[in-house]
Ligand binder design. Structure first.
Ligand code: F2R
Ligand code: MG
Ligand code: MG
Ligand code: MG
Length: 354
């Protein structure tokens, strides 16, 4: 066994779970300075040694991540029809997890059509534009892990897995960016200090191949044609800004904290990178907790942004760095470790074939 890699699989999936469970109670809130204090106390209590609290429930983010992992574990070589069936099965078995109505419409159509064309219901969303929500990105972690040594395979698999519910280019490219960030984190040594400029340059370079100018967009200015590359450059500027105390409003205005993929994936990556050093107003003794706490402190789509940021942080650090006292409050934490180990086992078994 590759002990470090196995620990990183666990860290990534536990990070995704923890961000979702701890972020969910704040989803949709605008964070005030009072709210940030409440959040600090919430984390201090949960992270204390003997604090007993009701279990923090996971939401749709984790429910769908579970299904993606199960699909890879049960049928290595990725069967997207199986994945679509698992999403639908999971939803109807346990519908009250905070899914939005639009994705429920997709599930109903998939079921009604007996999964005949698994991409058609999603293509019909939003008058044929497809969804640009972050629902594809929020569940991508198991694919980034499984395909960690096969970049092309990952790109292809993430594209197909996302299109089951999200066909808009922005929805797909956001899921790809999130997967790429996880993969980059997974391949770094957790004892090294992250070279933020290098990390972000790598993201931008990879997005250049994915996000290209299309002929019929030629009259639109270049920033709007390449929205992720533009966002990533803005993120890079925020990270290298002289002032370390950028206001949250400034960050939210520039990067977003909403339910769209474009307004949340770069933000999640930003939270991970920003949390590598102290952040004013966030008292946390390690970079993992700081990542999650900071992501939630920005408000908006807190469960999803914290989950995506947590999966990137966990893939970098591995399980050892995840606060045990925090994770023990989360529903499904024991099962998630099993999922990670099973996924690691199939990834090892199939790596020659990939
Ligand atoms: N749904 C939520 N949270 C809000 C309501 C839940 C509430 N707490 C409850 O208890 O009921 N959270 C989860 O949804 C997010 C992922 O969303 P997903 O799967 O991407 O959904 P959807 O509907 O496809 O897209 C999200 C919204 O984006 C806008 N939108 C997307 N594409 C559009 C297009 N082409 N044109 C116009 N608008 C578009 C719409 O407003 C969609 O509703 C995660 O936060 C997860 O936690
Ligand atoms: Mg959710
Ligand atoms: Mg499969
Ligand atoms: Mg959410």
């Amino acid at each position: 066994d590759n002990i470090l890699l196995k620990s990183k699989f666990r860290g990534c999936l536990l990070g995704a779970l923890l961000g979702d469970c701890l972020g969910a109670p704040f989803e949709g809130e605008a964070m005030t300075s009072g709210g940030k204090l409440v959040l600090q106390k919430y984390f201090d209590k949960l992270d204390g040694p003997y604090f007993r609290a009701p279990v923090k429930k996971y939401t749709d983010d984790t429910a769908m991540t579970k299904s993606v992992a199960k699909c890879l574990i049960d049928k290595p070589a990725v069967d997207f029809k199986c994945m679509a069936r698992l999403f639908v099965k999971e939803y109807f078995a346990d519908p009250r997890r905070g899914y939005g109505q639009n994705v429920v419409d997709v599930f109903n159509k998939l079921r009604g059509s007996k999964f005949e064309d698994i991409y058609k219901p999603a293509q019909e969303q939003f008058g044929g534009m497809g969804s640009y929500g972050n629902g594809g990105a929020m569940r991508v972690a198991p694919l980034a892990l499984y395909f960690h040594n096969n970049y092309k395979g990952m790109i292809e698999a993430v594209t197909h897995a996302t299109k089951i519910t999200h066909t808009n280019k922005l929805g797909v490219n956001g899921a790809l960016l999130q997967a790429i960030a996880i993969q980059q984190s997974l391949l770094m040594d957790p004892v090294d200090k992250i070279d933020v400029e290098h990390f972000t340059n790598q993201l931008i370079d990879k997005m250049k191949d994915i996000e290209t100018v299309e002929e019929d967009d030629e009259d639109i200015n270049i920033e709007d044609q390449l929205p992720y590359q533009t966002k990533l450059k803005a993120m890079q500027e925020l990270l290298t800004a002289e002032e370390s105390d950028l206001s949250d409003t400034y960050v939210i205005t520039n990067l977003g904290n909403n339910i769209s993929a474009l307004g949340s994936v770069p933000t999640a990556i930003y939270c991970f990178l920003k949390a590598q050093s102290e952040i004013p107003g966030i008292k946390a003794d390690n970079t993992f907790r700081r990542t999650i706490q900071y992501a939630i402190s920005l408000g908006g789509d807190t469960d999803t942004i914290a989950s995506m940021a947590g999966s990137i942080a966990g893939a970098f650090l591995g399980e050892e760095y995840i606060n045990e006292s925090l994770i023990k409050h989360c529903e499904f934490q024991k099962e998630m470790i099993e999922v990670a180990d099973n996924l690691y086992a199939v990834a090892e078994d199939t790596k020659e074939a990939l």
